[in-house]
Design a protein around this ligand. Structure first.
Ligand code: ZN
Length: 135
C-alpha cells in the first residue's frame, strides 16, 4: 500500500550553493547529508511537514543526476512514495503493467530500501518507492 509522499527529489548542480537557497525558502536547516556511492549521489534532506525535500548532487559523470542535469537545468527529479511493504508493492505494480527499473529493492539514503519505476510507464514521472529499513 502506498502511504504518503515521503519526499520529492530535486536535482541540483551543487548542494553547497543550493543549501542556503533551500534553508531560506523553507525556513529550516538541513537535517541530514549523506553520500550514496552506489547511486553516485550526494544528498541533503529537509523536513517539510510530513514529507521531505531531498537535494541530489552528482558525485561522478555516470550518475543519473549528472545525466539529468546534462538535459535539464535542474529542479524536480523524482517523487518518492512511502510503502508499507516494498516487495509486495513492486509485485503489484509489475502486475499492473508498470516498468520497474529495480525488480528488487536496493539500499538508499536515509535508512531506506528503495526501488524506481521507469518514467516511460508513469506518464514521464520518475517514481521511487521507499520503505524504512527495519533495524
Ligand atoms: Zn529519493
Amino acid at each position: 500500500m502506498i502511504k504518503r509522499i515521503e519526499h520529492l527529489g530535486i536535482a541540483v548542480d551543487s548542494i553547497e550553493t543550493a543549501l542556503p537557497v533551500f534553508e531560506a525558502l523553507l525556513g529550516s536547516k538541513v537535517y541530514k547529508e549523506e553520500i550514496v556511492e552506489s547511486e553516485g549521489v550526494r544528498t541533503a534532506f529537509f523536513k517539510v511537514g510530513e514529507s521531505k525535500i531531498e537535494l541530489l548532487e552528482a558525485t561522478n559523470e555516470d550518475s543519473a543526476i549528472a545525466k539529468f542535469l546534462s538535459k535539464n537545468k535542474g529542479g524536480f527529479h523524482h517523487i518518492a512514495f512511502e510503502v508499507d511493504n516494498i516487495d509486495d508493492e513492486l509485485k503489484r505494480l509489475e502486475y499492473e503493467g508498470f516498468q520497474l527499473i529495480h525488480t528488487t529493492p536496493k539500499s538508499g539514503a536515509d535508512n531506506k530500501r528503495i526501488a524506481f519505476l521507469h518514467p516511460k510507464s508513469t506518464k514521464g514521472m520518475l517514481v521511487e518507492l521507499c520503505q524504512e529499513k527495519i533495524s
